[in-house]
Ligand binder design. Structure first.
Ligand SMILES: NC(=O)c1ccc[n+]([C@@H]2O[C@H](COP(=O)([O-])OP(=O)(O)OC[C@H]3O[C@@H](n4cnc5c(N)ncnc54)[C@H](O)[C@@H]3O)[C@@H](O)[C@H]2O)c1
Ligand SMILES: O=c1ccn([C@@H]2O[C@H](COP(=O)(O)OP(=O)(O)O[C@H]3O[C@H](CO)[C@@H](O)[C@H](O)[C@H]3O)[C@@H](O)[C@H]2O)c(=O)[nH]1
Length: 484
C-alpha cells in the first residue's frame, strides 16, 4: 500500500489530503501537525476549519484510510510520498523583512524529513506550500546533504484551491501542476504523483513542467488574480468620480472573451493569507534578480489594495461630518470572504483599525468569526510595509475591550449605531431587514457597502445615506469628498 504523509494540517493540508483519501481508497493518507489542538480538531466532530462540504468528505474516510496525528516523525519516516504544506508567511524581521517568504517552518520540516527517513528506499517530497522560485533546490540540498541512503526526488505541486470553495476546487480543479527534475528519476516521480491525481482528475488537466516553472506559476497566478481585483478597484474610484457604475463597467469589460467575467468584483480590497504575501514574495524575488521595474509593477497591485481600504475608511469618516469619535459603527462581516471563518489579512482588520484610530466604537458581527479571534486580530502587530500610517494605530487592550464589541447578530450590531459597514459578502447580508435596522439606528443613518451586496436604491427609499463601492454617489457624499 502506498503511504502518503502530509506535514501541516491547515487550510491546504487538511482538505487536500481528505480528498486524496476519498478518491484513492487504496492509499493510506496521514496528516501530521505539531499543533495538538489542530489535530484533535481534525479527529473530532468540529473540524478546525470551516469549509462547505468538508465534514462529509472527512467523515467518509477518517479512520478508513485517512488519519490525523501528532506522531510526525513516525509517519514521515514510513511514507513513500511526503507532502509539505506548512506555513510560509512573510518575514517580519531581518533580511527581506516585509517582503520575503519566511521559510523557517519549511526548512525545519525538510530537516526533520532527513532526520527520520532511514531506509534505502526512494522518497518523494512534494512542495505543496507556496514557496519562492528555486526553493526546491534548497530543499534538495538539505535532504541530499543529510541523506541516510534515502534517494529523494523533489516535486513542486502548488495548490490552487480557494477558501470557501476548497472541496469543489479539489474535486474539479482547473489544473493540477506538477514540476519535477527533467531526469529519468524526476520523470518517474512526476508520474507517481500524476497517478495519484489521475484517480479523479482528467489527464489533460494534469500539467507537468520543470520545477522552476511550477514554483513560479503559483506566484504568477496569484499575482494575476490580485491584479484583476486591483484593476477593477482602481476603476471603482474613477466610477465614483464620474457617475459610472463599476458593476456595469465590469460586466461590459468581462463580456470580452479575452478578459472573462471572473475576479472583477470591486470590493473594499482583497484579503486572505495568500495574495499579499505571494505578491510581496514575487516583488522580493524580482528585486533579488535585479529587476526593479518588474518588482515595481507588482508592488502597485498592493498599493492600490491599500488605497482602496484607506479610501473606504475616509469615505466613512468624511461622510459622517469628518468625525466618528464616540459613534457606534456596526461592522457586518470580518472574515476575508464569505463561507470561511478565516480572518488572515482580512480588509476588515485595516478598516476597523482605521475607524478605531478615529475613535469610533465598533460592533462586529460575523457568522463564523469568534470574539477571541477578532480581538487577537485587532491587537496583533502587522508588518507595516507601506501601509498608510492612519491605518496602523496601536490599539491597547483596554481600548479594545471598551471600544470593540463582537455580537451574535446583525440587528444587535446595528442597534443605536450611526452607520453600518458591510465588509464581507455573506449571502445573509443581502436579505437582512434593513428597515428594522434603520428604525433602531441614530439618524442620519448610513450604510457603507464594501462588497456591493445591498441594493442602494432600496436602502435610500428606507432613508439611509448609502455609499457602495464604485456606484454613483448620493448628493450627501458628493458634498463631502474623501481624499485617500
Ligand atoms: N490557505 C489557502 O487557501 C492556500 C491555498 C493554496 C496554497 N496555500 C499555501 O499553502 C501553505 C499552507 O497554507 P495553510 O493556509 O494551510 O496554512 P496553515 O497555517 O493553515 O497550516 C499550516 C500548518 O503547518 C503546521 N506546521 C508548521 N510547521 C510544521 C512542522 N515543522 N511540522 C508539522 N507541522 C507544521 C502548522 O502548525 C499549521 O497547522 C502556505 O504556503 C500557503 O501559502 C494556501
Ligand atoms: O472579484 C473578486 C474576487 C475576490 N475578491 C477578494 O479577493 C480575496 C481572495 O479571494 P479568493 O481568491 O477567492 O480566495 P483565496 O482563498 O485567497 O484564494 C486565492 O489564494 C489561494 C492561495 O494561494 C489560491 O490557491 C487561490 O487560487 C486564489 O484564488 C478575498 O478577500 C475576496 O473577497 C475581490 O475583492 N473581488
Amino acid at each position: 500500500m502506498v503511504k502518503i504523509c502530509c506535514i501541516g494540517a491547515g487550510y491546504v493540508g487538511g482538505p487536500t489530503m481528505a480528498v486524496i483519501a476519498l478518491k484513492c481508497p487504496e492509499i493510506e493518507v496521514v496528516v501530521v501537525d505539531i499543533s495538538e489542538p489542530r489535530i484533535s480538531g481534525w479527529n473530532s466532530d468540529r473540524l478546525p476549519i470551516y469549509e462547505p462540504g468538508l465534514d462529509d468528505v472527512v467523515k467518509q474516510c477518517r479512520g478508513r484510510n485517512l488519519f490525523f496525528s501528532t506522531e510526525v516523525h513516525r509517519h514521515v519516516g514510513e511514507a513513500d510520498i511526503v507532502f509539505v504544506s506548512v506555513n510560509t508567511p512573510t518575514k517580519t524581521c531581518g533580511l527581506g523583512a516585509g517582503k520575503a517568504a519566511d521559510l523557517t517552518y519549511w526548512e525545519s520540516a525538510a530537516r526533520m524529513i532527513a532526520d527520520v527517513s532511514r531506509s534505502d528506499k526512494k522518497k518523494i517530497v512534494v512542495e505543496k506550500s507556496t514557496v519562492p522560485v528555486k526553493t526546491a533546490e534548497a530543499i534538495e540540498k538539505i535532504l541530499t546533504h543529510n541523506s541516510r541512503g534515502v534517494k529523494y526526488q523533489i516535486l513542486s505541486n502548488p495548490e490552487f484551491l480557494a477558501e470557501g470553495t476548497a472541496v469543489r476546487d479539489l474535486f474539479s480543479p482547473d489544473r493540477v501542476l506538477i514540476g519535477g527534475r527533467e531526469t529519468p528519476e524526476g520523470r518517474e516521480a512526476v508520474n507517481a504523483l500524476r497517478n495519484v491525481y489521475a484517480h479523479w482528475v482528467p489527464e489533460d488537466r494534469i500539467i507537468a513542467t520543470n520545477l522552476w516553472s511550477a514554483e513560479l506559476s503559483k506566484l504568477a497566478a496569484n499575482a494575476f488574480l490580485a491584479q484583476r481585483i486591483s484593476s477593477v478597484n482602481a476603476v471603482s474610484a474613477l466610477c465614483e468620480a464620474t457617475g459610472a457604475d463599476v458593476t456595469e463597467v465590469a460586466h461590459s469589460v468581462g463580456r470580452d472573451a479575452r478578459i472573462g467575467p471572473r475576479f472583477l468584483s470591486a470590493s473594499v480590497g482583497f484579503g486572505g493569507s495568500c495574495f499579499q504575501k505571494d505578491i510581496l514574495n514575487l516583488v522580493y524575488i524580482c528585486e533579488c534578480y535585479g529587476l526593479p521595474e518588474v518588482a515595481g509593477y507588482w508592488r502597485e497591485v498592493i498599493r492600490i489594495n491599500d488605497y482602496q481600504k484607506s479610501r473606504f475608511v475616509n469615505r466613512v469618516v468624511s461622510s459622517m461630518f469628518n468625525t466618528v469619535a464616540g459613534k457606534k459603527i456596526a461592522v457586518l462581516g470580518f472574515a476575508f470572504k464569505k463561507d470561511t471563518g478565516d480572518t488572515r489579512e482580512t480588509p476588515a482588520i485595516d478598516v476597523c483599525r482605521g475607524l478605531l484610530g478615529d475613535k469610533a466604537v465598533v460592533s462586529i458581527y460575523d457568522p463564523q468569526v469568534t470574539e477571541e479571534q477578532v480581538h487577537r486580530d485587532l491587537a496583533m502587530k502587522q508588518f507595516d510595509w507601506d501601509h498608510p500610517r492612519h491605518l496602523q494605530p496601536l490599539i491597547s487592550p483596554s481600548d479594545l475591550a471598551n471600544r470593540v464589541a463582537v455580537v451574535h447578530d446583525a440587528y444587535e450590531a446595528a442597534r443605536e449605531a450611526h452607520a453600518v459597514c458591510i465588509l464581507t459578502e455573506w449571502d445573509d447580508f443581502r436579505n437582512l431587514d434593513y428597515q428594522r435596522m434603520f428604525d433602531a439606528m441614530h439618524k442620519p443613518a448610513f450604510v457603507f457597502d464594501g462588497r456591493n451586496v445591498v441594493d442602494p436604491a432600496k436602502l435610500r427609499e428606507i432613508g439611509f445615506v448609502v455609499y457602495a463601492i464604485g456606484k454613483p454617489l448620493d448628493n450627501w457624499l458628493k458634498d463631502m469628498p474623501a481624499v485617500a
